[in-house]
Design a protein around this ligand. Sequence first.
Ligand code: SAM
Length: 157
Amino acid sequence: MKITLIAVGKTSTDYIERGIAEYFKRCNRYMPMELCVIPDVKAAKAFSEDSQKQREGQAILAALQPGDVVVLLDERGKEFTSREFSGMIERRMIQGLKRLVFVIGGPYGFSKEVYSRADDKLSLSRMTFTHEMVRLFFAEQLYRAMTIMRGEPYHHD
Ligand SMILES: C[S@@+](CC[C@H](N)C(=O)[O-])C[C@H]1O[C@@H](n2cnc3c(N)ncnc32)[C@H](O)[C@@H]1O
């Protein structure tokens, strides 16, 4: 199984960029990983929030393949412990899924078409983080999930 993370907009903060690269490198030792960045909407100020979400949504949907299981990162989604999250990934692997896709939205979240395509919604907290922060937190949680699956001494509870 491959894990793909789709994220809207570039990361402009150096320490976040380096953090994501580090955790993706670590995760790649366990499972093939892919980061797919959807470019920001050009001249975004010229568009309404809804129109921006629509444009970003079209690009997200175009990056998906038939058969992908799609999980949106969303503060209104389900909350998991790190062990539960690890179990969720492991179950998908055992099912023989080809691609498990997580998606981080843009500044205004997701269009309704993206919500309709999604199989699940995952919350890291009920608080709202920047899309950049979410990438880093989530990359660390993926690494943690993989070490839990392997019984390695990274996670303690
Ligand atoms: C600045 S937030 C957008 C918030 C927007 N109000 C909304 O309704 O989604 C940008 C993206 O970061 C992700 N995000 C922010 N906080 C999150 C959280 N607590 N859990 C999961 N994802 C989160 C979501 O993918 C969101 O679309």
